[in-house]
Design a protein around this ligand. Sequence first.
Ligand code: CDP
Ligand code: CDP
Length: 218
Amino acid sequence: DLLNIKVAIDGPAGAGKSTVAKELAKKLNFTYIDTGAMYRALTYKAIIENINVENRNKIVELASKIDIELKNDKVLLDGIDVTNEIRTPSISEKVSYISMIPEVREIMVKLQKRLSDKGSVVMDGRDIATVVMPDAQFKFFLTASPEVRAMRRYNELTSKKIPVKYDDILNDIRKRDKNDTERDVAPLKKADDSIVIDTTNMSIDEVVSKMYNIIANG
Ligand code: CDP
Ligand code: CDP
């Protein structure tokens, strides 16, 4: 179906998924859907409402009535722009505990599936090719070494004047990799039919071109 092309991008933190997905979506004139932003928005809401991320019942209750909208690169939580607030290290540190909860994933996946049926999309996350869009025509799995991923995130945060230490970022990335790949429900893993791109030594443009060529020729 030429009117409903789905591109799935999965991989660990800092592999370049969201940057590349955004560029690729622009080039293809597809809608970009950032699923990590949804888990982050829920985490943010839990924090401002003083709910402990380990209080599963409360988190599920919160998830069941959350209003998340992705609008032109902006993330709206209950109508309020939280695009920048959800990227801070304190959210990154807690989000993988929330995304482990099966009922939370069920709610998010339902929302994501609904979004994926509205025309052509590029969607990035951890379980997109395996769970959310198993029928995607194009599936990619981006990776890079943990050290390079941590350095990218370090550079990104320091350029935004957010004070961070490289070692803390590397530790967070290692812990999240572990939580995301070892959880019981929809763990981060490559789908059998995903194309792996190791971006360790690649620029953003190189990754985007590689993916674009695969899609344009496919
Ligand atoms: O940008 P970064 O890779 O650091 O994280 P993200 O894509 O914004 O995702 C944040 C967290 O949300 C991940 O570490 C996962 O725990 C969770 N997540 C998930 O479980 N499933 C998804 N489809 C997307 C994100
Ligand atoms: O979404 P994910 O966590 O996979 O990664 P990202 O947020 O898109 O990328 C993390 C940082 O790495 C961003 O600042 C990108 O500009 C940078 N990056 C890079 O330097 N080289 C790449 N090949 C990909 C991303």
